[in-house]
Ligand binder design. Structure first.
Ligand code: SF4
Length: 334
């Protein structure tokens, strides 16, 4: 039987996860587990490129693992590991740094955005973030990367780095391809910005049903629907994108049709969405509550993930060191 293609995706341990994370990445990651051999890394090295609280990091990593397992990442099927526990990530990142022109990094749009958001914390790690991301993927020779559309420039950069490495040292890495989920991105409740904790425009995975409604009821919809009698355009409405992620076909079609003829008001439409969203998030919340009581299970899953990831990483790094002409001196061969 042909070996399954490998998938890598990184998960930022940046506090409570929101439905933007769920729709933009998690749903896709969960569905890929049957068809692919998946490696999911909790990317703590990425998380420290912006200002962070060391006193909360351990808990954030644990919470992140809990949320992903609760949502459907199965540690028996997929490798769930913490990036900083597998040394190959930074070893390979350094090597890739030496072949990546700075000009490639300066043009990455997220660097410009993060510079604006954190003007007092523009560090080398922030600029180098895409090279570390390339190392994350290439360490496991992943061929498929589930991404939101905002991550596409990063993946293109990884592909450029692969072409350069393979051209300089001989074919070593495959060029990874993006796998965009059915709904690639939902915006924040303001309907303008990316959903983000720092912008206070999120619905969190562990919000209560009441909290969800409070947020949804005031969320921005198609701005042309000023009155109940104004017809709207679901394609211009962020709430409708949420419907596509959480509602069934019948509700999606009903809301789209009735929105266009002002048959339903936005509040009715939001009520349908609210019920559907809660139906999906409630079991995840229940699973998470159970997992929090079983800390050993979560930590064992991460330890096992580290061990399995290290095996793959060691094979890649041996080949990389051989290609660079330094394998003989590498401690792995001692
Ligand atoms: Fe959006 Fe629904 Fe309002 Fe239409 S009816 S604008 S899809 S919230």
């Amino acid at each position: 039987m042909a070996e399954k293609k490998r998938v890598f995706s990184g998960i930022q341990p940046s506090g409570r996860l929101h439905i933007g994370n769920y729709v933009g990445a998690m749903q896709n990651m969960i569905s890929l587990q049957e068809e692919y051999s998946c490696i999911y890394g909790i990317v703590d090295y990425h998380a420290i490129t912006v200002s962070f609280n060391p006193g909360q990091m351990e808990q954030s990593i644990f919470d992140c693992a809990v949320d992903y397992i609760a949502a459907g990442i199965d540690p028996a099927k997929s490798i769930l590991m913490i990036q900083s526990t597998v040394a190959g990530h930074t070893e390979l990142a350094w090597i890739l740094n030496t072949i990546t022109p700075i000009s490639w990094l300066l043009r990455v749009p997220t660097f410009k955005e993060k510079k604006q958001q954190n003007p007092d914390y523009v560090n080398m790690g922030l600029l180098d973030y895409p090279v570390l991301m390339a190392a994350d993927i290439l360490l496991y020779r992943a061929e498929v990367v589930p991404v939101g559309d905002d991550q596409l420039p990063h993946l293109e950069l990884t592909r450029e780095i692969v072409r350069r490495f393979n051209g300089l040292f001989g074919v070593t890495f495959p060029e990874p391809k993006a796998k965009i989920g059915a709904v690639s991105r939902i915006l924040g409740l303001d309907g303008i910005n990316k959903m983000s904790k720092s912008l206070d425009n999120c619905i969190f995975l562990n919000d209560t049903k009441d909290e969800m409604w409070k947020k949804l009821s005031t969320a921005v919809t198609d701005v042309r629907r000023k009155r109940r009698t104004d017809p709207g355009n679901p394609d211009e409405c962020n709430l409708f994108t949420m419907h596509k992620a959480f509602s069934g076909k019948t509700d999606i079609e009903h809301c789209a049709r009735e929105c266009r003829v002002a048959g339903i008001g936005c509040l009715d439409c939001k009520k349908i969405l609210h019920e559907n969203m809660y139906k999906i998030l409630q079991p995840i919340q229940e699973n998470a509550a159970e997992l929090r009581k079983d800390r050993t299970y979560v930590l064992n899953a991460l330890n096992d993930g580290q061990r399995r990831a290290e095996e793959i990483a060691a094979q890649t790094m041996d080949e990389v060191y051989a290609k660079l002409g330094i394998k003989l001196y590498h401690s792995r061969l001692a």
